[in-house]
Write a protein that binds this ligand. Sequence first.
Ligand SMILES: *C/C=C(C)/C=C/C=C(C)/C=C/C1=C(C)CCCC1(C)C
Length: 245
Amino acid sequence: MNLTLLDIQSISNDNYVAFTFFIGCMAMMAASAFFFFEMGNMEKKWRTSILVSGLITFIAAVHYYYMRDYNLATGESPTFFRYVDWLLTVPLMCVEFYLITKKAGAKIGLLWKLIAASVFMLVTGYIGEAIYPAEKQSWIWGFVSSIGYFYIVYLIWFGDVAKLADKAGPAVAKAVRTLAWFVLVGWAIYPIGYIAGTEGGLFGLKILEGVSLDVVYNIGDAINKIGFGLVIYALAQSDKELVKA
Ligand SMILES: *C/C=C(C)/C=C/C=C(C)/C=C/C1=C(C)CCCC1(C)C
């Protein structure tokens, strides 16, 4: 798709949604370049984690490239691309938790639990957003989706992930605590977008009128995907300094 002059004018003047797609795309690309290049500077044992950080932002960058075009051409939410992106990147964030707690004994079963919960959360969210968006029932799907979300929060704050992190040494424990805050607060941005973007998203009520679902999701993605990667990067970096000293 090529941009017309009209498109470009509408972006630069008042199209905040398009603006956040553009800047989101660029930020994801820059973050990917950063993680990929920094990978080689890290201790061997952290390289896979940094690689996964880069893959998360890279997959998002490619999807943002398409979402940006789609939104500009149609003025609509690129719901399909959005959920394909999440379906790939959220399980990869679960892989990050597995990788950094693996040395403390994380089992593959824990990874599957996290992935299954995230897929459940996203598929039910997609049904509410794409299949029944205008129905007063969308909140039911949002509610069901939240069960998956809270299970992930539980695993990370109190369940196996938290227990393993405590055994994994201070650097990993600190990183998992920070990531746990991302999941509790940063990920809670998404249900806000869902409530803003669906008819009756909150128990049948239409609230947050005038708030763009896409702007909320784009802010959430930038915080969570790049932020997550930077926490892993900081963990690898702190470990490196410890080895040198
Ligand atoms: C990089 C993308 C991320 C971290 C996406 C996370 C998405 C969520 C945590 C979505 C959660 C939802 C609910 C908890 C209820 C309403 C439906 C969703 C899918 C927006």
